[in-house]
Design a protein around this ligand. Structure first.
Ligand SMILES: NC(=O)c1ccc[n+]([C@@H]2O[C@H](COP(=O)([O-])OP(=O)(O)OC[C@H]3O[C@@H](n4cnc5c(N)ncnc54)[C@H](OP(=O)(O)O)[C@@H]3O)[C@@H](O)[C@H]2O)c1
Length: 300
C-alpha cells in the first residue's frame, strides 16, 4: 500500500479518486490552497504564487497525483483568466518539482492529470491516439505546456500523464450543465449537435488513475470510454433517462458564441478519442456505452 499526495484532491475527480484509493488501502493526503482542519484526509497547504508548499506534505510519500488547476469552464476566457488557467497547472507543477528535488524526496511516480484538449477543441471525425498531433488553440497550448512541465519529473521518477475526456459525474462537471436545462424542459443539443464527445464515467476515470499507479505505468494515456457519442446523442440519452421531453431546436452556434465567447468552441467542437493504449495494458472499462453510464449516475 502506498502513501499518495493528491493536489486538487478537493475537486470533482480528486474527491472520488481519494475515496477509491483509500478504500483499496492506500494512504491519502491532499495539497490544497486552503487547509480545512475538518477535512476527511490530512490536508497540507500550498501557495503557488508565493512558491510555498508545507514541507510536511512530503513526509513519507511514495507518489504524487497532480490534479490541481483552475476550472477551464468556470469563467469567460479573459486574458487574466487564461493566465490563471495556465499558471495553476504549469507553475504548480514546476513548484512541486522544485520542492521535491530540493528536499531530496524519493518518489515512485508522478502522475499528472492532462486533457484531451491536447488534440485541439475541434478535430471532427479524426480518430485520435496518444501520438496524434496536438492542436494549436488555447486549450491545446495549455495542455502542451502542462505536459512538458510534468515531463521534467522524469529525471527523478516515473512520469505518467492521463489525458482526461469529458467526465460524467452526478456531482458536477459537464453532465450537470447538460442536465440542468433538460430538467427545466429547455434542453437542446448545441450547435450542429454532431460534434463528438469523448466521455468517461467518473468511476472508470478514477480506476484508470489507480491502474496507472498500481501497474507502475509511465507515458501518456487517453482516459475516454471506448464509444464516444455525439453531443446530440448524449443530450437525447440524458433526456430519455430523466424521462423529460426534448422539444426545442438545437442552440445555434452564434448564440453559444455570444454567451461564452471563445470558450464556446469547447462545446461546439468535439473529439473522437481512442483509449486502446490503456486497454492494452489490461485496463477494463466498467462503462463502455453512454446509456449505461448515465443510468448508473442518475439512478444511483
Ligand atoms: N472534469 C473534467 O471533465 C476534466 C476533463 C479534462 C481534464 N480535467 C482536468 O483534471 C483535473 C481535475 O479535474 P476536476 O474536474 O476535478 O477539477 P475541479 O473540480 O475544478 O478541481 C480542481 C482542484 O484544483 C484546485 N484549484 C482550483 N483552482 C486553482 C488555482 N487557481 N490554483 C491552484 N489550484 C486550483 C482546487 O483545489 P483546492 O481548492 O483544494 O486548492 C480544485 O478542487 C483538472 O486539472 C482538470 O483540468 C478535468
Amino acid at each position: 500500500m502506498a502513501k499518495i499526495l493528491i493536489t486538487g484532491g478537493t475537486g470533482l475527480v480528486g474527491t472520488h479518486l481519494s475515496k477509491i484509493l483509500s478504500k483499496s488501502g492506500h494512504e491519502i493526503s491532499h495539497l490544497s490552497r486552503s487547509a480545512d482542519p475538518d477535512a476527511t484526509y490530512p490536508t497540507f497547504k500550498w501557495n503557488i504564487q508565493e512558491k510555498y508548499i508545507d514541507p510536511k506534505a512530503f513526509d513519507g510519500i511514495d507518489h504524487i497525483i497532480h490534479l490541481a488547476g483552475a476550472g477551464v469552464a468556470d469563467k469567460r476566457w479573459s486574458m487574466e483568466r487564461k493566465q490563471v488557467i495556465i499558471d495553476s497547472r504549469v507553475n504548480s507543477t514546476r513548484l512541486l518539482k522544485e520542492q521535491v528535488s530540493n528536499l531530496g524526496i524519493t518518489l515512485k511516480s508522478f502522475i499528472s492529470a492532462s486533457a484531451i484538449g491536447y488534440y485541439g477543441m475541434d478535430t471532427g471525425e479524426a480518430h485520435l491516439k496518444e501520438d496524434s498531433s496536438s492542436g494549436e488553440d488555447f486549450l491545446a497550448q495549455v495542455v502542451k505546456k502542462w505536459e512538458s512541465e510534468a515531463d521534467t519529473f522524469s529525471d527523478i521518477t516515473s512520469v505518467a500523464k492521463v489525458r482526461i475526456g469529458v467526465v460524467l459525474s452526478d456531482e458536477g462537471g459537464a453532465m450537470a450543465e447538460i442536465v440542468k436545462p433538460i430538467k427545466f424542459y429547455v434542453g437542446a443539443p448545441l450547435g450542429t449537435g454532431l460534434q463528438y464527445m469523448s466521455w468517461i464515467h467518473i468511476e472508470d476515470l478514477c480506476l484508470v488513475f489507480k491502474h496507472v499507479l498500481e501497474q507502475k505505468l509511465s507515458g501518456t494515456y487517453n482516459a475516454t470510454a471506448p464509444n464516444p457519442v455525439s453531443n446530440e446523442a448524449l443530450t437525447k440519452t440524458l433526456a430519455r433517462v430523466l424521462n423529460k421531453p426534448l422539444w426545442l431546436p438545437n442552440v445555434p452556434a452564434f448564440v453559444m458564441r455570444l454567451m461564452l465567447g471563445e470558450m464556446a468552441e469547447m462545446v461546439l467542437g468535439g473529439n473522437y478519442v481512442l483509449s486502446d493504449k490503456i486497454q492494452s495494458t489490461g485496463f477494463k472499462f466498467k462503462f463502455t456505452e453512454v446509456e449505461a453510464a448515465v443510468k448508473d449516475l442518475i439512478n444511483s
